[in-house]
Ligand binder design. Structure first.
Ligand SMILES: Cc1cc2nc3c(=O)[nH]c(=O)nc-3n(C[C@H](O)[C@H](O)[C@H](O)COP(=O)(O)OP(=O)(O)OC[C@H]3O[C@@H](n4cnc5c(N)ncnc54)[C@H](O)[C@@H]3O)c2cc1C
Ligand code: SF4
Ligand code: SF4
Length: 348
């Protein structure tokens, strides 16, 4: 049996912790918030007539097992501010409710502190005014979550009105040098399409337009093609709007239609900004504390073999991933540790 600290109680950290505890290890999860779940605490089911495979269902059992497991201790509202290598083991300095403590005798550390939403960054909101008709995708996820309480009403998404049109703008905080994120965030094509389908289901007359720069390929989106987007009544325009203006009768979206070679405009009642996956703000702190490498975007990777150092990275701390890929990654980290335990005890 080993003593293991998992920093971060999102799905990556919980998936790793559950497997490690099942194998008989003593696991401590260190979580800065007062709840497990990470970014997807506020997301909602995107099923309509059928399940749209958003994978949120995968997590309920995971968090129940994490909180109920006898082998897992969870320290909420706790942060790590010190790390020491002692002969044969590690020690972490933690701050909890204003008090400093140490966790000694650790054999392994799993770092799973996830990502920051583009909307949570100050730079993520430059042109978004206080206009209530403009919302982030995470806010629409929140409305999807609450809809179970409003299903029997005329306002199933609790928008406060019956929307006649909605525009999604994709690739916010992704695929952009200006936004310091040249990569694809891998999740926003899928969640926007799924949320658009929910809106179409509840409001069949609604006009939906999705402005996109690119479509994420494979995996998460494998069942989506332009043919079934059109069949679902969703209009796709391949460009990023140049300006959004708030008017009394709606939001005026100004864009360059490359097919026509002309500047066009479109009026909408609701604008949803998809938001990309950005590096956790603590990544620089982790890179210095644990001697890890920051890539050009700010995500982390290991410099040395994790099996030698005993310090593992799991989930979106390494780069964008959807729920299924994050769970697999957390479990893989746990299996690497468990396999090493079978072969030899960790000697450092
Ligand atoms: C708007 C939006 C919608 C999405 N919808 C979907 C979807 O429908 N389907 C899908 O498959 N994927 C979706 N995703 C992707 C999904 O959110 C990620 O795959 C998942 O949250 C990654 O989990 P994680 O554990 O790596 O990170 P996180 O969810 O970021 O969890 C990290 C955890 O670490 C904690 N933490 C952070 N810093 C510290 C620290 N210093 N000390 C201690 N604890 C810390 C956090 O509080 C959190 O609990 C969506 C993403 C976005 C942005
Ligand atoms: S939460 Fe996602 S995976 Fe589960 S039923 Fe709803 S749409 Fe399907
Ligand atoms: S997943 Fe889609 S919307 Fe998100 S960055 Fe990639 S291409 Fe753009």
């Amino acid at each position: 049996m080993s003593k293991i600290a998992v920093i971060g109680g999102g799905i990556a950290g919980s998936a790793a912790a559950v497997e490690l505890a099942r194998a008989g290890n003593q696991v401590t999860i260190i979580e800065k918030e007062n709840k497990l779940g990470g970014n997807l605490k506020d997301y909602g089911c995107k099923a309509v007539d059928v399940c749209t495979k958003c994978n949120l269902c995968l997590v309920d059992d995971l968090f129940s097992e994490t909180t109920e497991s006898a082998g897992i201790e969870i320290l909420y509202q706790t942060r790590v501010n010190d790390f020491k290598r002692n002969p044969g083991s590690y020690s972490l300095g933690i701050e909890r409710e204003g008090r400093f403590q140490r966790i000694d005798g650790l054999d392994y550390i799993v770092l799973a502190t996830g990502f920051t939403r583009w909307s949570d960054l100050e730079t993520g909101t430059p042109e978004v005014s206080q206009d209530k008709r403009i919302i982030w995708a995470s806010e629409l996820e929140g409305l999807m979550k609450k809809r179970k309480d409003h299903l029997e009403t005329e306002d199933p998404l609790a928008l406060g009105y019956k929307p006649e049109s909605v525009v999604f703008i994709q690739c916010n905080g992704s695929r952009s040098i200006q936004e310091k994120a040249r990569y694809c965030s891998r999740v926003c094509c899928g969640y926007s399409y799924r949320m658009a389908r929910v809106l179409k289901y509840f409001f069949p007359e609604i006009k939906i337009t999705i402005f996109f720069m690119d479509l994420q390929e494979g995996g998460y989106l494998q069942d989506i093609s332009f043919t079934n987007l059109e069949e679902a009544g969703i209009n796709y325009l391949n460009c990023k709007p140049v300006r959004v203006e708030g008017k009394d009768d709606g939001l005026r979206i100004i864009y360059e239609d490359q097919r026509k070679g002309a500047v066009e405009e479109l009026l909408t009642q609701l604008l949803v900004l998809s938001e990309g996956i950005h590096p956790n703000q603590d990544n620089e702190h982790w890179s210095m504390l644990f001697n890890l490498q920051l890539d050009d975007h700010g995500f982390l990777s290991s410099i040395e073999d994790e099996l030698k150092t005993g310090i593992f990275l799991a989930g979106t701390i390494k780069g964008p991933k959807d729920i299924a890929a994050t769970i697999s990654d957390g479990r893989n980290v746990a299996y690497k540790i468990i396999n090493q335990q079978k072969l030899q005890p960790a000697v450092r």
